[in-house]
Design a binder for this molecule. Sequence first.
Ligand code: ASP
Ligand code: MG
Length: 466
Amino acid sequence: MQVLKFGGTSVNDAKAIAQVAAIAADQLKTDPNVVVVTSAMRGVTDLLINSAKAAASGDRQRYRDARSTLVTRHRDAAEVLIPDLDDLARVQELTDERIREFERLCMAVAILGELTDRGLAVISGLGERLLAPILAAAIRARGLKAEFVDAGELIVTDDNHASAAPDMDATRAATRGRLLPLLEAGVMPVVTGFVAATPSGVPTVLGRGGSDYSAAILGAALDADEIQIWTDVDGVLTADPRIVKEARTLSELTYSEAAELAYFGAKVLHPKTMLPAIDLGITISVRNTFNPGFAGTRIVAQAVNVGTVKALTVIRGLALITVAGRGMMGVPGIAARTFAAVAAQGANVLMISQASSEQSICFVLPEPDASHVVAALESAFAGEIHRRLIDRVTLEPEVVIVAVVGEGMRGTPGIAAKLFGALGEKQLNVIAVAQGSSEANISLVLAAADADAAVRYMHTAFGLAG
Ligand code: ASP
Ligand code: MG
């Protein structure tokens, strides 16, 4: 059993979709059970979301313009891909219906002047619901049996509509009940990524970039042998090739390395993708739709070649906040109150570091949240600041996190020394450091201006170019 997921660029136009159909057909030669999961066409989800947001603020032109883009892109692709006129007519009818639904929903949002998460989930999931029937027909055009399936019938989630969490037991039952009979009948299911539904059938979505996660959830529900994530690059790279020319594709990674990399900004995989696969030990592979002969990256429980540092990533657009003061030493509850104040602002903390002198706590968060958080901390600690127990709450803007990832760093001495050596030699200043106790990741906070140079030096220092 193979679950094949195709990203937005892989289904961007008729030519790309034809390539996807060829890959799916090819897979069928080695495995009779193939399930396809698809994203929306590239840019479509953004278009839908932006139209809905504009509608909420009274702008009705935006969704009318989007409407014609959606009609053209989907109808044109279908026309090229589906030679059978009856099949084409059915698919075009479905496309038109979905686009009318989009317009009606946006009109309702404009009238209400409000966009709820529930409304946003319905509208943002339309891209997958538009594309999957076209892809299914394109696969049928190759003489195979394929059928479009709405993941709202398969993936059961909570009601956190815009970033819903799956109920794996309910999902397993629904998925097997719906997909196994199709597979037994020799029909390839073509499932919408990203979308799901609550137990009562209200549409939800799994969060931006969530179709990787959809594929992993379905793969686990079906006890698949492999989950293949087909994208537009050769796999997971040692570093961003725009920064490091010599960056190369990793042939193998562990689940935790892939999760660390995804969490720390490597764009290839949604960070949650590994979760459903870990328990069952399902291999995830990252493949390139436009270079299908290349093996890509395999993500497994245990790597054959452990190595030490595997890859480097950068998260940009961050700020560092420090709460400092000599009076903090040995005082319980400062950290709890700090992070309670941060959480109350809805800010996501990416990294925390406290030295054992306990004279400061620093943490990193997205820059847009920083000034609110500083204000919230100043008011939460007004008493301590007044009594001089806390000297200050400072904000350092324009920083990045460079994450150094590799499970083989665990128990290997000298990695940190080599890292700081490489940076020190080039006069690059490390502002803060954190290492998780898993030792699979060391995170460095650097000034944004130093990021690219730091990544290049470390890439060389750790011999990542091979
Ligand atoms: N189409 C959705 C998005 O753009 C899901 C995905 O592409 O994975 O977020
Ligand atoms: Mg995507």
